[in-house]
Design a binder for this molecule. Structure first.
Ligand code: ATP
Length: 277
């Protein structure tokens, strides 16, 4: 396994050295985005520049979603890219992840990226940027699948097929009324076992659990753990569906919380042991 990794690294580095776009793409795009990210973050800026030329903004967006780096490093990577390329990368990311990155940039930098994006996309991101840190709104994504209660299974399947590529998760379908109020939920499993002409109202679960857009992220983490959901819907005070929070973002919240607790513990134990200082 290690041998294979090393071999891949050599191939990739050689392709970069030789500005060999064909071999680079062949090898690089066959890697999982997580492994792409690991390779990418280790190479020097000159080689990274080459990678920006070799990959489309969409391909770079997948890689970007997998990075786990410090704020400073995100700023550095974005500044290495041509501004329009960076804006395109951000707009291909899921909105919640794009917002995380934009939140660490200067205000005028954010504004400038937003003007270079598709206007609809820019507006969705702008809306998300307004939510307070640590609230549901700040970690939710707007890429979910919603269907209307008045639809049949057939038309719901049609919508799902159309939205699937863009949605962050497709296992739960959220059911809304004409006013976009959340009225139900069903899983993909619930949907595909039904007959085409069955009405969604007949099969949906109308006891849907949701969180409010201003709820604290740690409370949401606990709730998701209790219910064992893969995602939870986020609503405003009138129950309008605004977004969803997926389990991967909750894992990040739990990680953050754990490392904060750990730092506190470490601080306490430092005070306890004067011999250490
Ligand atoms: P199980 O875990 O019971 O085997 P499953 O594998 O089909 O079920 P789950 O994700 O556990 O998948 O559960 C699917 C069910 O969860 C769906 O029928 C759906 O009604 C329900 N569900 C999903 N999200 C919510 C929610 N926010 N509120 C209430 N119910 C929900």
């Amino acid at each position: 396994e290690d041998q294979k990794k090393l071999h891949q690294q050599i191939l990739l580095n050689t392709a970069l050295e030789n500005k060999d776009i064909h071999n680079f793409r062949d090898e690089f795009l066959s890697l999982h985005p997580y492994d792409q990210a690991r390779f990418f973050i280790e190479i020097d800026p000159v080689h990274r520049k080459q990678v920006y030329y070799f990959l489309s903004p969409k391909e770079m967006a997948f890689l970007f979603e997998q990075l786990e780096i410090e704020d400073e490093e995100y700023r550095k990577l974005l500044s290495e890219m041509l501004p329009q390329y960076a804006a395109d990368v951000l707009s291909y990311m899921f909105t919640d992840n794009a917002v995380d990155v934009l939140n660490i940039l200067e205000k005028d930098q954010v504004a400038s990226y937003l003007t270079m994006m598709d206007q609809g996309e820019a507006q969705e991101i702008k809306d998300l940027l307004h939510y307070e840190e640590y609230t549901a709104g700040s970690i939710m994504t707007t890429e979910y699948v919603a269907i209307e209660a008045s639809q049949t299974v057939r038309s719901a399947m049609f919508i799902l097929k159309n939205e699937a590529a863009k949605a962050e998760m497709i296992y739960y379908l959220y059911v809304i009324d004409e006013e976009k109020r959340l009225v139900g939920v069903l899983s993909l499993r619930d949907l595909i076992i039904e007959e085409d002409d069955t009405m969604i109202t007949e099969i949906m679960n109308d006891r849907v659990v949701y969180v409010s857009v201003s709820d604290d992220q740690e409370d949401i983490a606990r709730r998701m753990k209790d219910y064992n959901f893969l995602a939870i819907p986020v609503v405003d005070f009138q129950r309008h569906l605004l977004g969803i929070i997926t389990i991967d973002d909750i894992v990040d919240v739990i990680d953050e919380e754990a490392s904060e607790d750990y730092s506190k513990l470490a601080a306490v134990s430092d005070m306890d042991s004067p011999s250490k200082s």
